[in-house]
Design a protein around this ligand. Structure first.
Ligand code: NAD
Ligand code: TYD
Length: 356
């Protein structure tokens, strides 16, 4: 049986990935190491607590002795590394945590893997494998045209993207210097179930449902390439299984949208599903153009032809369908939104696991 360490499995993408991996890798044991920051919610994995192939460990990826102990106890064949501080606006307000978790945390995991896997001769196409989950934001900002490819020079412009770029460089360096069997994925903006309502799509859904203002930064014409989270997770599974060691794979949704289009689409779908606001106004009336984000990247767009050509991966959902699914999930899970916003999942955590 394979033993896989997943870091940050209680966050948005990590939780979707743990669920998919438990289902699609029946011979794998999953150990989820998560610090449970504000963005990590154990309720995202409700129902898995007593699964025979799943173990949750509350802890920090920067804690070298904990990470080393887990490698010794579990004999990991693979690491899928999601844990990070992930919100650009928070990185502008307070970058320190981003440097610690994203850079030092990645370094701690790399060191543990290097020590544990020293002397291991990788068999063709087999483990061990260290997959580092990263972002397209490391490439900087595009103008009206062009796409990020795997050879686009790094040009990070926010503390968040700079910390992710730094961690990507460390991962590559461990491959070149020590022969660590690494893989890197750089993905575009994700959306879907379990995304903390501080990122654009869940924030707009939540505010629009509650008749609150919908803040659009600057002129609303910044472009992001949106990918449904489960499609990102299937891409990671493909790369983990068959990606070439030492390679980077860009992952994107082929769904470029201006922010204002995304916000208007959410308003229109909610009007259709939940009726107009109590004032009789459509939800577009809540849109407010607000002060722009400092250093706001104008456009991101991914050329995903490498992962498509080499590994046969394609996104399965177009944005129009993915956004409807996402809105349905948030409509059905309004309790989840209130719980993560007021932190009451900690009560749930204590009940399920006890403090340890
Ligand atoms: P998230 O913020 O929703 O979740 C992060 C998780 O990591 C949380 O569960 C949190 O508790 C955990 N964590 C944070 N610091 C930790 C630490 N020191 N030790 C252990 N656990 C810690 O993030 P997400 O959106 O799920 O993103 C996951 C990964 O994917 C990140 O590396 C991010 O850079 C990358 N990524 C995200 C997107 C996106 O659109 N969300 C796109 C591309 C890449
Ligand atoms: P976000 O979800 O924070 O992701 P990222 O900054 O990593 O791309 O933001 C997506 C886009 O939406 C980005 O251009 C900033 C913009 N935005 C708003 O206009 N209003 C908001 O309230 C938020 C959170 C983001």
């Amino acid at each position: 049986m394979k033993s896989i360490l997943i870091t940050g499995g209680c966050g948005f993408i990590g939780a979707n990935f743990v669920r998919l991996a438990i289902e699609q890798l029946p011979a794998a044991r999953i150990v989820n190491l998560d610090k449970l920051t504000y963005a990590g919610n154990p309720e995202n994995l409700a129902g898995l607590e007593n699964h025979p192939r799943y173990r949750f460990v509350k802890g920090d990826i920067c804690d070298a002795s904990l990470v080393g102990r887990l490698f010794a106890e579990e004999g990991f064949d693979c690491v899928v590394h999601f844990a990070a501080e992930s919100h650009v606006d928070r990185s502008i307000e307070g970058p320190a945590e981003f440097i610690s978790t994203n850079i030092l945390g990645t370094f701690t995991l790399l060191e543990a893997a290097r020590k544990a896997w020293k002397g291991t001769v990788p068999l063709k196409g087999q483990s061990p494998r260290f997959l580092h989950v990263s972002t397209d934001e490391v490439y900087g900002s595009l103008g009206e045209t062009g796409y990020f490819t795997e050879t686009t020079p790094y040009d990070p412009r926010s503390p968040y993207s700079a910390s992710k770029a730094s961690s990507d460089h460390l991962v590559s360096a461990y491959h070149h210097t020590y022969g660590l069997p690494v893989l890197i994925t750089n993905c575009s903006n994700n959306y879907g179930p379990y995304q903390f309502p501080e990122k654009l799509i869940p924030l707009i859904i939540n505010n629009a449902l509650n008749g609150k203002d919908l803040p659009v930064y600057g002129d609303g014409k910044n472009v992001r390439d949106w990918l449904y989270v489960v499609d990102h997770c299937t891409a990671i599974l493909k790369v983990l299984g068959n990606g070439r060691i030492g390679e980077t794979y860009n992952v994107g949704g082929n769904s470029e949208k201006q922010n204002i289009e995304v916000v208007q689409t959410i308003c229109d779908i909610l009007d259709e599903k939940s009726g107009l606001l109590s004032s009789g106004q459509p939800r577009r009336s809540l849109i407010r153009f607000v002060k722009d984000r400092a250093g706001h990247d104008r456009r991101y767009a991914i050329d995903a032809s490498k992962i498509s050509d080499e590994l046969g991966w394609q996104p399965s959902l177009a944005f129009d369908e993915g956004i409807r699914r996402t809105i349905d999930w948030y409509l059905e899970n309004s309790d989840w939104i209130s719980a993560v916003l007021d932190g009451s999942y900690h009560t749930y955590y204590q009940k399920m696991y006890g403090e340890r």
